[in-house]
Every structure is written in structure tokens, then in C-alpha cells.
Design a protein around this ligand. Structure first.
Ligand code: ZN
Length: 348
């Protein structure tokens, strides 16, 4: 019965057009977050999620300029902290992680369309000193894609012998490797060894992440640079002291590179499960920290927590190079409306 009601509510919410949600569920600002935009192959990313094509991103920028007013981090900060007004239909664009394409692909397009943006960079990856364990996983899958069936069988054998796994197909491998977490990084390194995926060479030759000098230039050009932890750890899974040092040290590094007084911060993955009281206390101890950013669509949170819609989310792609932002924004409102209604029903 309960399932039937949930399905009925979902069906009803799906039928409400985006423009009604925008009127019914007023938001002074909506945020979008991207990671990767590129027409050049991103083997370190593409088995995790699909990078956005350059044309689709350009169409997204046209959509943002037509349907919204893109705002700077400074405007958002002044609105939240000082109560200054925002323009109508304000939208806030950002990128997480700090891939080099932020500089080579995204930045020229943003300059062309005069759209402000914040880039949240991961401390340990700046200057390509270290590869994210998820990017290593993607490279291992890529390796299997590029070899013959016989060669793949040989790699599975080697893996099974060295790690005691029971992998016989690509599907087996993906099922085993994709759920691995940050603490499993030594295992992933052994997979790279078994598959002869040379991480050091990839970092040197491909240079997948932003460098200090690129970050510094983007900051001088008027873009905002924010922090995204040092190691890209899920902060809900570490103790409060580690969380504090990940946030503060990565923000200090950004401050050192850009010279900015206030540094905003974005949570890797999401801030779900983190005690808001801990964040309030931490912010009191470090007054150079700016606003905090999460990935919960159009959900409301504490005033310093700004949510964003994830623009690379799978499953809602329109055909071709059209932007998927209106679809994703619509879905975000539907999901939030559903959660609100469920909340009311639970309380009644
Ligand atoms: Zn991230």
C-alpha cells in the first residue's frame, strides 16, 4: 500500500513542469557542478562517468545565459553572509576535482561567454603528484578494453594468481573493482602492477590535473578557486580531526596559490552523514573558510551550505549535443518535492 502511494506521488510529481517547480519551490540561487568536459579521450575518467562533450557544455553555457543570471562566488558570499541581494534567477557554476581540462577546455569557453565559475581543486593532485584511486581503476578497465581476448585472459590469470580473485570476464572485473574504496588503494596499485598500467608515466605524460601555475592564472583571470580536501576522502567516513585537517589544509594550499582572503570549500561526493554542529564549530575556528558546497540538488541546508545539481549524472541524457541541464534541474526539483512530501507524511 505504502509503495503504491509512493509510486502515485512520484508519477504526479513527474508531470509537473520545471517552470512550476521554479515558482512553487523558490530558490534564490541554483548551483550546477561539473567535473570533466572534453572531446579528447579521458581514459582515467570515462569508465566512472561520461565526460561532457565540448559542444554540449557550450550549449549548457548558452542555456545558463538565456535562462538564468550567472553569479560570481563573491556575489553568493555577500548574499549569504551579508544579506546583499542576488539578481533574479541567479545560477552558480562550479567544477570539482581540478582536471586539467578546466584550464584547457572549460576556461576559454567561460571567458567567451563571460560566465563566472568556481574551480574546487583537490590538494594532493595539483601538479600531478598523485593519481586518484578511482582514476587508476578507470585506467585498468581501459587497459582491458585495449587488448585482445587472449591477452585479457592472461591479465585475469595474473590478477587471480596474485590477488586470489576469481575474475574471468570484464563484467567480473568491473563488479569486483568498481566498489573498491580509498582504503583499498594498495589493492588497486597491485592491479595496476599486474596489468602493467604505469601510473607514474600516465601522470607525467598525460598530466591529468591542474598545475599551480594554471590555477594561479585562472585566479588572476577572475575565476574563484576553492578547496576540495587534500586526498579526496569522503569526510563522513573519517574522524572529526581528520575532517578538519583535510578542509583546513587544502584551503590553506589554495590560499597560498591564489592569495585570496576567503576560500570556499566543496565536499568530495557529498556532505551526507556529517554532523552540521561539527562544521559550525570548525568554521568558527578558521575564519578564512568561505561557503561550503554540497551535491544535493536543490535541497536546503544550513545557510553556509550551498547545494548543487550534478551535471554529469547518468541516465537523463537528451539525444545529441543538446544540454541536459534543464532535465537534471527538473529531476532535482522532483526529487526534492518527493522528499518534502514524504517528510510531511512521516510526521502526520
Ligand atoms: Zn570530487
Amino acid at each position: 500500500m505504502r509503495k503504491l502511494i509512493r509510486n502515485l506521488i512520484k508519477k504526479m510529481l513527474d508531470r509537473i513542469p520545471l517552470r512550476f517547480y521554479q515558482r512553487l519551490m523558490k530558490r534564490d540561487v541554483v548551483g550546477f557542478v561539473y567535473h570533466s568536459v572534453s572531446d579528447r579521450a579521458m581514459p582515467h575518467v570515462r569508465h566512472l562517468y561520461t565526460p561532457v562533450s565540448e559542444q554540449r557544455f557550450e550549449n549548457a553555457l548558452l542555456y545558463l545565459n538565456e535562462s538564468f543570471t550567472p553569479i560570481t562566488y563573491g556575489q553568493l558570499h555577500a548574499y549569504v553572509m551579508e544579506g546583499l541581494p542576488l539578481p533574479p534567477r541567479a545560477v552558480y557554476l562550479s567544477f570539482d576535482d581540478g582536471f586539467v581540462e578546466c584550464y584547457s577546455v572549460v576556461r576559454p569557453l567561460l571567458l567567451k561567454y563571460k560566465i563566472p565559475c568556481t574551480f574546487f581543486v583537490t590538494g594532493d593532485w595539483i601538479d600531478n603528484g598523485k593519481l586518484f584511486y578511482r582514476n587508476k581503476v578507470s585506467l585498468c578497465i581501459e587497459k582491458l578494453n585495449g587488448v585482445t581476448v587472449e591477452e585479457a585472459m592472461g591479465l585475469y590469470d595474473r590478477l587471480n594468481n596474485r590477488l586470489g580473485t576469481h575474475v574471468e570476464t570484464m563484467q567480473d572485473f568491473k563488479q569486483w573493482v568498481l566498489p573498491l574504496v580509498q582504503a583499498d588503494e594498495p589493492i588497486i596499485d597491485r592491479v595496476c602492477e599486474a596489468f602493467e598500467v604505469d601510473i607514474g608515466a600516465f601522470l607525467r605524460e598525460r598530466q591529468p590535473y591542474l598545475t599551480r601555475s594554471q590555477i594561479s592564472q585562472m585566479s588572476k583571470e577572475g575565476f574563484t578557486i576553492g578547496a576540495h580536501t587534500c586526498s579526496h576522502v569522503k569526510l563522513a567516513q573519517v574522524d572529526v580531526e581528520t575532517m578538519e585537517s583535510e578542509i583546513v589544509e587544502s584551503s590553506r594550499l589554495v590560499q597560498e596559490i591564489t592569495g585570496e582572503k576567503i576560500i570556499p570549500f566543496a565536499f568530495p561526493n557529498s556532505a551526507t552523514g556529517i554532523e552540521r554542529e561539527d562544521l559550525i564549530a570548525l568554521r568558527k575556528r578558521h575564519d578564512f573558510l568561505g561557503l561550503f558546497f554540497d551535491t544535493k540538488g536543490v535541497a536546503k541546508d544550513l545557510k553556509f551550505m550551498i547545494n548543487r545539481v550534478w551535471a554529469e549524472r547518468r541516465g537523463f541524457d537528451p539525444i545529441g549535443q543538446e544540454t541536459n541541464l534543464p532535465v537534471l534541474l527538473h529531476i532535482a526539483y522532483i526529487e526534492q518535492a518527493f522528499e518534502n512530501i514524504m517528510g510531511i507524511l512521516r510526521r502526520s
